[in-house]
Design a protein around this ligand. Sequence first.
Ligand code: SF4
Ligand code: SF4
Length: 57
Amino acid sequence: MTAIVNQETCNGCGDCVEACPLDAIEVKDGKASVDEDTCGDCGACVDVCPTESIHVD
Ligand code: SF4
Ligand code: SF4
C-alpha cells in the first residue's frame, strides 16, 4: 500500500507535503510525488488534499 497521486488533478499546492508525518511527499514540476518506500499509509495527505487527488491503495 502507498499513497497515489492523480497527476491530472494535482495542482501542486503542497498541502500534502506539509501534512505528511514521514516526509514522504515532494512537489516536483508542480505535481506531488510519493516515495513509496517511505509512505506509511496513514492517510493524512488524503484528508488535506483540496482537489481529492490522493488515495491510498
Ligand atoms: S499516506 Fe501518510 S505517510 Fe503516506 S504519503 Fe500520505 S501522509 Fe505521508
Ligand atoms: S495536496 Fe493534493 S493538490 Fe496539493 S500538492 Fe498534494 S496532491 Fe497535489
